[in-house]
Ligand binder design. Sequence first.
Ligand code: AMP
Length: 402
Amino acid sequence: MKIFVVNCGSSSLKYQLINMVDESVLAKGLVERIGIDGSTLKHVPTGKESVTLNEVIANHSVGIKMVLDILTDSNHGVIESLEEIAAIGHRVVHGGEKFSDSVLIGLDVLKNIELCSVMAPLHNPANLLGIEACEKLMPSTPQVAVFDTAFHQTMPKQAYLYGLPYELYEKYALRRYGFHGTSHKYVAQRAADIMDEHMTNLRIITCHLGNGASIAAVKYGKCIDTSMGYTPLEGLVMGTRSGEIDPAIIPFLMEKEKLNAKEIDEYLNKKSGILGITGLSSDFRDVEQAAEEGNERAQLAIDIFAYKVKKYIGGYVAAMGGVDAIVFTAGLGENSAFMRDKICNGLEYLGTRIDKERNMVRGKEQEISVKRAPVKIFVIPTNEELVIARDTANVCKELIKF
Ligand code: AMP
């Protein structure tokens, strides 16, 4: 059975075709600059040469059509016909309180994804465009929505409610949701597999540290808290996002800097975080390099980031009454031995001890704590596409023949 995984952004589209027999990737690729000059499709078929097409891609429908054409192309393709695709799995960013699991897409689901767009105005409409395009091109193929927020729906009220008038929660569903759920779910499950234990016996802290960054506390298989909130702006200091700040700063800045609501949102989402502190870059590779060369603000940004992550880990150990494993994933978490070392330095009282040599790993699954340490530390490359494909296969198992 083959599953087509689609992740649509406002002007981009990532895809993978996965063979569920052995969970191997048959092809993957990226369409960029949809609706903008200079659109491209980069297609990477496994075992064949990659190909880049530069063509006008006016909308998501055209993009998906190009992808389906190249997947079945006699030179660059990996399947003979679209009939081989048993189902399509879509990443959908916000599922609100409506979706605590992946679902088969029908009219009702589409309506609810649209209703959730108020909470993710940049993401959900783009996800819907991808769904509609696939529906048009492959109307008889089942489609499944896999939500970034779903894994966190097990959070208890004490973790997800803000200190705001309760009526606002009732009126607007204003609460914490959390994001990167498929990533947290995947790496927590992998850590349990590596430890040869059931998730239901473990307390795991998962640190998804990329350009966007979040941490989750996964207690006995269920997420009980996570650092992002109503939007992906809350929590850690990120590449360009401020993370948590005193909310009183917002009206203060709006008044002093003469910013309207849209502008302050942009300030906090695009000009803050590591970029804002350093004035240099949002990319930790540049920042680590600058710090090495003696740039004090680069060093400060690194110190702030690591300190925040450490505080969240400490907080989640308290929330779970202990910890059995800490997992690092995403761009920074998978690649920066320096940052992992800095975060773990001082956490030894928890029973964690990082092994400096094992920690030198980059982008590869590995335990990086010393042997027999009571609390394990892992680097686990995330694989959100595989979670989407697995969920899609699972949701459709009654509908499709294996
Ligand atoms: P992601 O959002 O998961 O793609 O992660 C992207 C971020 O990972 C980049 O902005 C970098 O800050 C960080 N990153 C990737 N590779 C490295 C590396 N080798 N060292 C430090 N940071 C890295």
